[in-house]
Design a protein around this ligand. Structure first.
Ligand code: C5P
Length: 243
């Protein structure tokens, strides 16, 4: 049985600077989204990729994927996204045929995820885990701050309220993999009328169901392109791969 991958790519990417939506920004001349789709399609298990595009660019994204000189040997679909990442994922999931039982969600903004990481996530779901997340140890010490008090100046000094034990923290990546029914239920139960959930990843919604989520080793090359410096790093990783 094949697995499907949903690629939320409908974000604007303001942190990367003004311009085209982040998923369409070029990395080595090729949009981030195209890199991400190729990375997923390299995994034997993936038979369908559903790209969730900015609503005003659905046709352009479809054309972009069709134009690729070597289209990957997987089925590709493009659907319009929503106002939040979670709404985009929900719209992508609605397009996945019911018969597909393993569904991955992978950020377009993680263009360089190695195929071994994708394979490991699919394998863990197939082995019976309802929710699987690739993760790495946290290298920076992390401080917790209080909720923003009224009147605190943006960029001004922030009072620290605690320092969580770093050895108990993990930084999580995508693709996150799910048993389809679990992911569908998590999204149904936690989306409000606008589709918003307040969650920054899909596994958090599954955690709220009380369903166990497990981690598998992530990979440093699965980093998310968020800020301009991340594009510099991504170019360097690609250059090293070509050696
Ligand atoms: O903003 P962030 O970097 O967390 O976005 C993660 C992913 O979610 C990106 O690939 C982005 O395109 C996607 N997204 C989306 N729909 C939105 C907002 C973000 O598909 N409305």
């Amino acid at each position: 049985a094949i697995a499907a991958a949903i690629v939320p790519a409908a974000g604007s990417g303001v942190r990367l600077g003004p311009g085209t939506p982040k998923a369409l920004r070029p990395l080595n001349g090729t949009p981030l989204l195209v890199h991400a789709v190729r990375a997923l399609a390299r995994a034997r298990a993936i038979g369908l990729v559903v790209v969730v595009a900015p609503p005003d660019r659905t046709e352009a994204v479809r054309a972009l994927l069709d134009q690729q000189p070597a289209p990957p040997p997987v089925e590709q679909m493009v659907v319009p996204g929503g106002a939040t990442r979670q709404e985009s994922v929900r719209l992508g999931l609605a397009a996945v045929p019911e018969s597909i039982e393993v569904v991955l969600v992978h950020d377009a903004a993680r263009p360089l995820v190695p195929v071994d990481t994708v394979d490991a996530v699919v394998a863990a779901v197939r082995a019976g885990a309802p929710a699987v997340v690739p993760a790495l140890p946290v290298t920076d010490t992390v401080k917790q701050v209080g909720p923003a008090p009224e009147g605190r100046l943006p960029g001004g000094p922030e009072p620290v309220v605690g320092t969580p034990d770093r050895s108990l923290l993990r930084a999580v990546q995508t693709p996150q993999g799910f048993d389809r029914a679990t992911l569908a239920k998590a999204h149904e139960l936690h989306a409000d009328a606008t589709g918003a959930t307040g969650a920054t990843d899909d596994a958090a919604l599954v955690e709220r169901l009380g369903v166990p989520v497990v981690l598998v080793p992530g990979h440093e090359e699965a980093f998310k392109v968020t800020r301009p410096l991340d594009l510099v790093l991504a170019e360097a990783v690609l250059a090293r791969r070509r050696l």
